[in-house]
Design a protein around this ligand. Structure first.
Ligand code: ATP
Ligand code: MG
Length: 232
């Protein structure tokens, strides 16, 4: 095992350029101060990510995804993770609403791309691209590419979910670099990392149900898997 995070484990393989990612049933929130788990969570997030990443590739977004190996495992390209969490927002929610005093659900007239330093010890503080550049976390071309890809991913995902009765409110991405410096989308896209609101009712269908003790978390994740895999 190379790394154990809160939601996944990363394993080396015989192939130096490839890792196995195992999705766990554990859920954490508020920087791991709140913990829980439910059966099937890992399989659901693995399936959702495995369904979306090949479609993102086809839409021109290079990703780390190679193939799904089992219910809870996928084979990925080993990357050096850029220690920056990239958040893309369509609608005000979460920390954006809190920080700026903007009511949750307020539509944003332009997509907002935010950057946070990936550091649990510091609580993932907000940064800008100058910070990432000046501390050597990524080069200028890599940072430009990350923003371009983040917006391309938004351009693919927003109508994808809309066609399936889901409002994509915001989402968090992680990028990595291959040995030649190429930027690829890594990590996962799932109800853990996105805010999904039902288009009819605005009901939350993501990890906020866990964060805010709304109940029905297992059903919400299962319903999101159903919607993601629905052909339209
Ligand atoms: N292709 C990849 N190559 C190397 N590391 C990866 C790859 N994809 C994801 N990772 C890293 O693997 C870890 C996945 O574990 P998990 O999502 O559980 O972490 P986490 O608890 O969110 O903690 P972290 O703050 O490290 O992201 C993350 O650190 C993520 O950045
Ligand atoms: Mg994570």
């Amino acid at each position: 095992m190379k790394y154990e995070g809160k939601a996944k484990r990363v394993y080396a393989t015989a192939e130096p350029g490839e890792y196995i990612v195992e999705y766990k049933d554990d859920a954490t929130a508020f920087n791991a101060q709140k913990r829980g788990s439910w059966v099937g969570k890992g399989a659901t997030n693995n399936a959702i990510t495995a369904h979306l990443y090949p479609q993102l590739e086809a839409a021109g977004v290079p990703t780390h995804f190679v193939r799904r190996l089992s219910d809870t495992e996928q084979l990925v390209k080993a990357v050096t993770i850029v220690p920056v969490e990239v958040i893309v927002r369509n609608v005000a929610a979460g920390s954006f609403s809190k920080r700026l005093g903007i009511e949750e659900g307020t539509p944003l007239t332009h997509p907002v791309v935010e950057y946070c330093y990936k550091s649990d010890a510091l609580g993932d503080p907000l940064i800008n691209t100058d910070t990432a550049l000046s501390l050597g976390w990524a080069t200028e071309p890599q940072l430009l590419r990350i923003r371009e890809l983040a917006l391309k991913i938004r351009g693919f995902l927003t109508p994808y979910f809309e066609q399936r009765g889901v409002r994509l409110i915001d989402f968090k991405l992680e990028f990595g670099t291959l040995p030649d410096g190429t930027v690829v989308l890594a990590d996962e896209i799932s109800p853990d990392t996105c805010r999904f609101w039902d288009a009819q009712t605005n009901e939350k269908m993501d990890k906020d149900r866990f964060r805010r003790d709304l109940g029905g978390i297992e059903d919400a994740y299962a319903e999101m898997l159903r919607r993601v895999t629905t052909e339209v």
